[in-house]
Each structure stands twice: as structure tokens, then as C-alpha cells.
Design a protein around this ligand. Sequence first.
Ligand code: NCD
Ligand code: ZN
Length: 344
Amino acid sequence: MQTLTITKPDDFHLHLRDGAALASIIDHTAAQVARAIIMPNLKPPVVTTEMALEYRDRILAAVDEQYNFEPLMTLYLTDNTSAEDIKTAGENKSIHALKYYPAGATTNSDQGVTDFKKTYKALEAMMEQGLPLLVHGEVTDADVDIFDREAVFIDKVLTPLVKDFPDLKIVFEHITTRAGVDFVLSAKENISATITPQHILLNRNDLFKGGLRPHNYCLPILKVENDRQAVEAAAISGNPKFFLGTDSAPHERKHKETGCGCAGIFSAHIGIELYAEAFDAVGALDKLEAFASHYGADFYGLPRNQEKVTLIKEDLTIPETIAFGDSVLVPFRAGETCSWQLKK
Ligand code: NCD
Ligand code: ZN
């Protein structure tokens, strides 16, 4: 039997929700990773340090005591985030970044930024504090094709932003295109990117395999095979600019299987296993540990984890549904298998 022992991973992009929903899913993550960057797109969004610390307490209270899990909190950047808000955040060791959503881009993003110029005071303060900006890199203009949103964002928003703030630490979240990979590769070392399992394993055909597949719908949307190949190549490249962020984003089944379904794929139950499968498929298992457990921590200035985990190459059957609040969600690979599993 093939096994692989690596430093315990971290997840640098995760949605946990709140209340009963949070309580029902948090242990899927806590069983896998030591730390996770927690997305602030609650309703209302987490916009102040005080709100983030309260959210952190709720997360910690929900984690089963057998796990030693550390949530790395983020704030939601808005047009109104002040330099003072950034100073307060920068001085708090539990706050690790600010998240930029273009207004209306995705789930709970109505309070996102309408114009980057409105955030320049906050960005200046972030640069001073060394706080990274986590970017949802899509434009939301109705006339831009959904498959082009990332590439247009690079040209129209990200390139000018980087010109104005050359030393701002930026994580280009969940990159999905060759253009995104090329942008990060050509940027300085203060710009990195997270990569999800679905954007390595799937392309846009998987949205329509035998019929409409709402559980493969996330934002940024799956792209063409050529883009998938570029994202896969980046993940296995051994370049420290690219690291693990699942973007696991749970939604109740009824909000996915409906006339106008939510974006988001839940993968927290098999996050690291999916990456192991993807890296193994292209003979790159030797690159998994650094991608999953070193580069992200290094970028954020965090110590690497000491603990180890062992992966076993053995089919794991994924349940059809997973409990979510007082309902259920349909997880990634529901009813199918994953070819790797974490040793319990
Ligand atoms: C995320 C969610 O559901 O919160 N959905 C998604 O498709 N990734 C929001 C996001 O990060 O875009
Ligand atoms: Zn996300």
C-alpha cells in the first residue's frame, strides 16, 4: 500500500458560515488542517476587528476538543474601511488579511468594493502594516462574459492596482486561468495565489456532464481544459507563489438544486485527499507537501506546522450528503470515490 507522510497542511481559503451551519461542518476542516484563512463573507460581513474576534470565538467554541485548530481571521474590505480600522487589525495577532470582493461578485458580496480608488487609504495602511489583500479576481460588469471575468480583472483592476501599490502583499485567490497563472509568475514575490482542488481536477465540461451539474458550480466558474492545465502546472511547479486554498463553500442542497442556484463547492471533507489524487495523477506527489503545508505559511509569515499527517492510497467512498445546520449539503464527489484518504 502506498503512503505519504507530510507536514500537516493549512487551508488558505475557507468558508465556514456561522451558527448551526458552522457547528455542523467545522470538524471536517479541523480533522484535516492545522490552520485556515477564514473568509469574512457572512451576513452581515465581518468588517471590524471586533467582529472578527467574536467570529473567531464562535469558531473555536464549535470545534471538537480533540482538534487543535487555529482559525486565521480576515476582514471584509469595503468602500468605508478606514486606515484606523487597518491599524487596529494590524495590531491584532488574530487578524491576518483583508478580503476584497467586487460588489455583487458572489455569495454575500453586496457590500464589496465598488471602486478600488475608494479603498486607497486602507490599502496604504495595509502596505505599512504588511497585511495581505486577498483578492476575488473577477469583474462583475454584466457585459463581460463569465468565462472572461478573471482575465478582464487582471487588465482592468489588478494591473493598475499593483502599479499603485507595488509592495502590497496580494493573494490572487482561487486562480482559474492561464492568464491568472502568467500574471502571478510575472509579478514580484509579494504576489502569490491560492489554487482549489476543483480548478485542478475539473474543467467546464464537468458543469454539463450528462446534464446540468449544480454541485460543480462555483465562482470563479470552471474554465476550459487549456486553463485547467495551466492551473495544474502551477500547483505542481514547486514555485512558492502557489499554495493550497480549497475555497470549500457549503450551501444547503435546496439552494444548489433549484432554479437559480448558489455558487460554491463543499470540499472540506476531502480537501487534502483531492490534492493528493490530483498530484498523484501527474506524478507530482513529491511536490504536494510544500504546496499544501509550506508555501502558504511562508507567505503569511507564519511558522510551518510541526505535526505530520499520513495519506494512504486507498479508495474512500464519499457519502451522498453531509449534515449542514438542520439540513444537508451535497459534497464534492458525492456517492463517488477519492483514490487517497487520510490515515485516521
Ligand atoms: C463562495 C461562497 O459560497 O461563499 N462561493 C464560491 O463559489 N466560491 C464565495 C466566493 O468565494 O466566491
Ligand atoms: Zn471563496
